[in-house]
Write a protein that binds this ligand. Structure first.
Ligand code: SF4
Length: 239
């Protein structure tokens, strides 16, 4: 979404009565932290490969995921969203694991290139600067957010309404009591490890953010569940 904000900001197309509060988040730093956290303190759920998001990668390119493959030695496949895309990504991860490879492969070639959309990247860099920013339940992740640059302060809602920046000192744990969303997002817990899952917290009455969005891990788990064939395959693979 960032290029969609960046271009009108740069081109002066934001009307005077509209201000923008930038809460844009960058995916690779968060993914990097999640993987780092898991590898520092291994959990029951080993991380053996990454399926990187195709939509984000149309802008940032496959190259943005290279540090994960290089530094952690695990396969990364940039995939699309059709079932066949995901199946291909899993097959490619398994192929790399079998051959002891760890590289970034772009499966979603109909939309993603290695370098990404250079024009969009340039617009983002012009309108925004990357800053440390807070993620719900997790805290501050270095260089994981975009802030509107000083020269475009006239459209910045934070400046216009004099809203103080959130700092690591002022940040407080910001998930509902007992919600384990942060651990779920970091791969340290399954949705079913949360005592509220499908009891107090359901897709119709979400308690935490992972249940609110259709794409949230808890909402997905609630709709499609774990167990069954998925567990059998995991067991056969020794996971
Ligand atoms: S089930 Fe609800 S409360 Fe529990 S981790 Fe998921 S979103 Fe949070």
């Amino acid at each position: 979404m960032a290029p969609g904000y960046a271009v009108p900001i740069i081109d002066g197309l934001i009307p005077d009565n509209l201000k923008i509060m930038s809460l844009v988040k960058l995916t690779p730093p968060a993914a990097y932290l999640a993987i780092d956290t898991i590898r520092e303190k291994p959990t029951d759920y080993p991380l053996m490969g990454v399926i990187a998001p195709g939509h984000v990668s149309t802008i940032i390119g496959g190259k943005a995921w290279a540090p994960i493959a290089e530094n952690f030695g695990i396969p990364v496949v940039v995939a699309g969203f059709e079932p066949i895309d995901v199946l291909f990504a899993i097959a490619e991860i398994l192929r790399q694991l079998k051959n002891k490879e760890a590289e970034v492969v772009i499966e979603y070639t109909r939309a993603v290139t290695w370098d990404g959309d250079l024009k969009a990247q340039s617009a983002i860099r012009t309108a925004f600067e990357s800053v440390d920013t807070a993620w719900r339940g997790i805290g501050f992740i270095p260089k994981s957010g975009l802030k509107i640059r000083e020269e475009y302060a006239a459209v910045d809602a934070m400046k216009y309404y004099d809203i103080p920046e959130l700092t690591p000192e002022r940040w407080r744990y910001d998930l509902p009591a007992a919600c384990r969303c942060a651990e779920v997002n970091l791969g340290k817990a399954k949705p079913t490890d949360c005592p509220l899952f499908m009891k107090a917290c359901t897709p119709d009455r979400p308690v935490g953010p992972c249940m609110v969005s259709m794409e949230g891990a808890c909402a997905v788990w609630a709709r499609f569940g774990g167990g069954g064939l998925a567990d059998e395959v995991a067991k056969a693979l020794g996971l």
